[in-house]
Design a protein around this ligand. Structure first.
Ligand code: GLY
Ligand code: MN
Length: 410
């Protein structure tokens, strides 16, 4: 992600600011231990930099836009452990920001500007009563104390409309993430055998993804066999796969920090049982009907309402419920969320769709008493005239799944 990608975003962001407003976005903190570093997505979106502890600032004062970046100084004793720090010149080049200073200048430079500001947007997150305050809240505490009249607001509110409309470049990364996830799924479809552990399928997937440039999952992969598929966010992935099980995979590679989110189910035996197929077809039909509704102007709540109605009818046909109101026993979540750098991306779950949005469509039916959980999930791009299914190349028709599976296990 270079400055050609991030600079236009910063220009658009500057266009959202009133005079006297600023943005202060903090990178992810330096990890104390040996964990893998994962950048804050807002910071990455605006700078393209994968370095810890940096701070990006953008201010609009008297119609002048100022942007600056603060980075860590390299300390030789620490660099022995963690490698060389990025230099100011390197940061300037990657981010395309000229004013790059060291972190120890942060408070002085900010304090000088604060008297001319009345609002700062920062990635402070939401205050949750039993959780420690965020890193941004902690660092901005002295600013808050010195300038009590300055309002500090959650940056997500400002940036969400921008991040939820994807550029061509972003769509390319998302499509790659989805395609690699799909290829991993095909590998699993061919290589999975009864007796294997769920985590072996996770390994098959990750092998395919990492060999093609993926360095992390978008979210903890759900590889759920039999009854485990009825736990919506199952992530233990440590059970043995039985011959008559359906395996549900809810998976997404993260490519250039853009996350796929795809769910597929397949019968280990190669063919669905009659009942498994009945449930599968019901879920698939709901999914197709909802995808067909997607176009600009449609509300995500409308999609939810229609899904609920369709699932109720499916559950009645499957003899799982006798009254529509009972449907929550077997379908507990909502149909869709925005998708992008975060798997559950910025963008309200009740938003009205506009071109450039990418949302998931993921109906499911979960029947613990039958050890059966089916969910089918595709990622859909909203276009000017309707939508494009970015997962269209990943098999989901029952016949197609059976055909690939039967050919693989015979
Ligand atoms: N892929 C998990 C979820 O959307 O919640
Ligand atoms: Mn999802």
């Amino acid at each position: 992600m270079n400055s050609e990608v991030t600079k236009p975003r910063r220009t658009a962001l500057a266009g959202l600011l009133e005079n006297g407003q600023g943005v202060i976005v903090f990178a992810q903190m330096e990890q104390e231990g040996i964990e893998k570093f994962v950048q804050d997505n807002n910071f990455l979106y605006l700078t393209g930099l994968s370095i810890p502890d940096a701070v990006f600032c953008l201010f609009k004062i008297k119609d002048q836009i100022q942007e600056m970046l603060f980075i860590q100084r390299g300390i030789p004793e620490q660099e022995v452990w963690n490698g060389k720090k990025m230099t100011r010149e390197e940061a300037q080049k990657i981010a395309g920001i000229q004013d790059v200073a060291y972190l120890d200048e942060f408070y002085d430079r900010i304090s000088y500007l604060c008297p001319q500001l009345d609002l700062i947007w920062s990635n402070v997150g939401n205050l949750i009563i039993n959780r420690p305050p965020s890193y941004a809240t902690f660092i901005l505490q002295p600013v808050r104390r010195t300038f009590p009249e300055l309002t500090i607001k959650n940056f997500n509110i400002l940036i969400a409309p921008m991040r939820s409309v994807k550029s061509e470049w972003e769509l390319k990364q998302l499509q790659t993430a989805i395609d690699l996830t799909g290829q991993g799924f095909i590998d699993v479809l061919q290589q999975a055998r009864a007796g294997m552990m769920e985590y072996e399928l996770e390994a098959i997937l990750y092998y395919r993804m990492q060999r093609n440039g993926v360095q992390q999952w978008g979210f903890a992969p759900i590889i759920a066999t039999g009854i485990n598929a009825t736990t919506l966010h199952y992530k233990q992935n440590n059970c043995q796969i039985a011959e008559n099980d359906i395996v549900l995979l809810d998976i997404g590679a993260s490519y250039q920090n853009y996350s796929a989110d795809v769910t597929r189910c397949f019968p280990v035996a190669g063919k669905f049982s009659l009942r498994q197929r009945q449930v599968y077809e019901e879920v698939l039909n709901v999914q197709k009907e909802i995808i067909a509704m997607i176009k600009p102007g449609v509300g995500m709540m409308q999609l939810n309402e229609k899904t609920n109605e369709l699932i109720q009818e499916a559950l009645l046909r499957l003899n799982l419920i006798t009254e529509r109101e009972q449907f929550r026993r077997y379908y507990m979540h909502s149909i869709s969320h925005h998708l992008g750098m975060d798997t559950h991306d910025l963008g309200a779950r009740d938003s009205i769709l506009t071109p450039g949005n990418v949302i998931t469509v993921e109906p499911g039916i979960y029947i613990p008493e039958e050890s059966l959980g089916i969910r089918i999930e595709d990622d859909i791009l909203v276009t000017e005239t309707g939508n494009i299914n970015l997962c269209k190349d990943i098999p989901k028709e029952a016949d197609e799944l059976e055909k690939i599976r039967m050919a693989a296990i015979k």
